[in-house]
Design a protein around this ligand. Structure first.
Ligand code: DX5
Ligand code: ZN
Length: 219
């Protein structure tokens, strides 16, 4: 299973070390949460900051855009070093257009669904997406609890992907920890985002070993 640590929960004053340690620990992606204070009630950072982060990591940058009208900034995020860009359907009038725009830059395009957004929203864009990011919390903040009702939606998403769009990577974001990660893997989730459960007190390689062990994976 792929582990995508969310740097939102890391110490921003030592981001260079955080990025180097995260890569050494064996993470698969760096999950980068971009918030504009409009689509979600929090503000983080934009392309210039991601460009600086890019200098200290060779891992794929999994950029999660929680911003209104993301089409305005796709070029800037690509130039800053994004490898995957994920957008929310409610943030744009023309979802399919944004997905094709992202893919035109030669990177992977994802769609993220909030807890209250139904899977049906994606029926017509399955072919246009490379990744589906299911939110298991309401976006905006790290450290929230996994909403149990979302499990059913993850099962449905997994079945939909298997049947119609096996090329889509299934990722889950929000409240993922050592207690629920196995359940997610068993439901067909390919990748989990981990923020507060990853960037805690422990050295990151020890934390990653603990995660891999709980999944029964080789270190
Ligand atoms: C929430 C963000 C998440 C968040 C996850 O809006 O999209 O990526 O950082 O953090 P945890 O794992 O602490 O829920
Ligand atoms: Zn995220």
């Amino acid at each position: 299973m792929k582990i995508a640590p969310s740097i939102l929960s890391a110490d921003f004053s030592i981001m260079k070390e955080v990025l180097i340690e995260t890569e050494k620990a064996g993470a698969d992606y760096i999950h980068v949460d971009v918030m504009d204070g409009l689509y979600v009630p929090n503000i983080t950072f934009g392309p210039p900051v991601i460009k600086k982060f890019r200098k200290h990591s060779t891992l794929p940058f999994d950029v999660h855009l929680m911003i209104m009208n993301p089409e305005r900034y796709i070029k800037e995020f690509v130039e800053a070093g994004a490898d995957i860009i994920t957008v929310h359907p409610e943030s744009t009038i023309h979802l399919q257009r944004v997905l094709s725009l992202i893919k035109d830059y030669g990177i992977r395009a994802g769609v993220s669904l909030n807890p209250s957004t139904p899977l049906d929203t994606l029926k017509c864009v399955g072919e246009d997406m490379d990744l589906l990011l299911i939110m298991s919390v309401n976006p905006g903040f790290g450290g929230q609890s996994f909403i149990p009702q979302i499990h059913k939606k993850i099962e449905e998403a997994s079945a939909w992907i298997k049947e119609y769009h096996p090329h889509i990577e299934l990722e889950v974001d929000g409240g993922v920890n050592l207690k629920n990660i196995n359940m997610l893997r068993n439901t067909g989730v390919d990748t989990v985002v981990m923020g507060s459960a990853f960037y805690g007190e422990m050295p990151l390689d020890v934390k990653m070993a603990e995660i891999r062990k709980s999944l029964g994976e080789q270190l």
